[in-house]
Design a protein around this ligand. Sequence first.
Ligand code: SF4
Ligand code: ZN
Length: 310
Amino acid sequence: MAPDVPVKTPRCSLCDEPAVFHDRMTGRHLCRGHFIAGIEERVAETIRSRNLIVPGDHVVIALSGGKDSTALLMILARLLPSWESVRLSAITIDEGIHGYREDTIRSADDLVAKYGLSHSTVSFTELFGGTLDAFLNGREPEACSVCGILRRKALNVAAERTGATKLATGHNLDDEAQSVFMNVLRGDLPRLVRDSGSDSQGRFIPRIKPLMFVSEKEIAVYLMLHGAWPDLPECPYAVHALRGEVRGMLATLESKHPGTMLHLMESKAKIEVQCAGRLEEEAIRPCAECGDPCSGAICQLCQLKKTLKK
Ligand code: SF4
Ligand code: ZN
C-alpha cells in the first residue's frame, strides 16, 4: 500500500502563516491577517480615491442585517478612527416580508448594540400603509421592482430623519457587475452610465457604495473569519428576480475566467468617459403629486401607489 502523502497546507504569499484564501485573480494565497487587512485597505482606498467620505460627514448605513450590510458596518466601524470628525449610525427598513425580515432585523439590532451605534427602523406600514406581502398579493413576479421603488423612498425618509450627509449601502462587486450586465441586456445606456451615487443630481442624500470592489465571496470569507456569518433565510421573493439569472451566469463566468466582474466594471468606467457630456441630461422636475424630483410628470412611487392593494 502506498504511504499517505501529507497534504501541504498552502502558505500565505506575504508571510509564512497558513493561507485561508486563494485570490484567483492575482494567484496569491493569503493568511487570515493579510486577507482581512487587504479587504479593509481596499475599502479605505475606494473611499479615499472617490472622496466618498469627507471630514464632518454623518454616514448612515442602510443595515438590512444581511451579509453585505453587516460586513459594511464592521469595516466602516473599523476604519472610523482614521477619519476626522466622521459619525456613523444605521437605519433599517422593515418591508414587511413574513418569515424573512423578522430574523434580519433581529440580527441588525444585535450588531448595532455590539458596536454602540444609534439605530432607527422605518417600516413600509408606517410610510405606505401596508406590508410588502400585502401589496404583492397576486403580483409576486414584480416583487423586486415594487420593493425597490418603495425601499428607495423609505431609505431617503429614514436617512433624512437622522440628519445624515451620506447614505452607505452594502452593494458589492457582484451587485455592481450584475447591474452593468443587466443595463447592457436592456440596452439602457443612460442608466448604465448614470452615477447612482449622485442620486437625482444631489436632491437626495448622496449614496455611497464602499464595498463596490469587494466580491460576494470575499465578504463571505471576511464574515466567517470574524465569526460573524449571519445564518439567515433568503428573501422568498428573490426567485422572481431577473437579477437571480444574471447572478448565476456571472458567477459561472467568474469562476471560469477570474476577473470577469472587474472587467465589466472597467468597461462601464470607459463607457462613462466616452459618454461624458454627450448624453442628453434627463429634465428633472418636481413630481406633480408628491414634489419629489423625477423625470416624468409624476414619479415612479406615485405611479406605483395608484396600483397598490392594501
Ligand atoms: Fe425586496 Fe426583492 Fe430584495 Fe426581497 S429580493 S428584499 S423583494 S428587492
Ligand atoms: Zn411623486
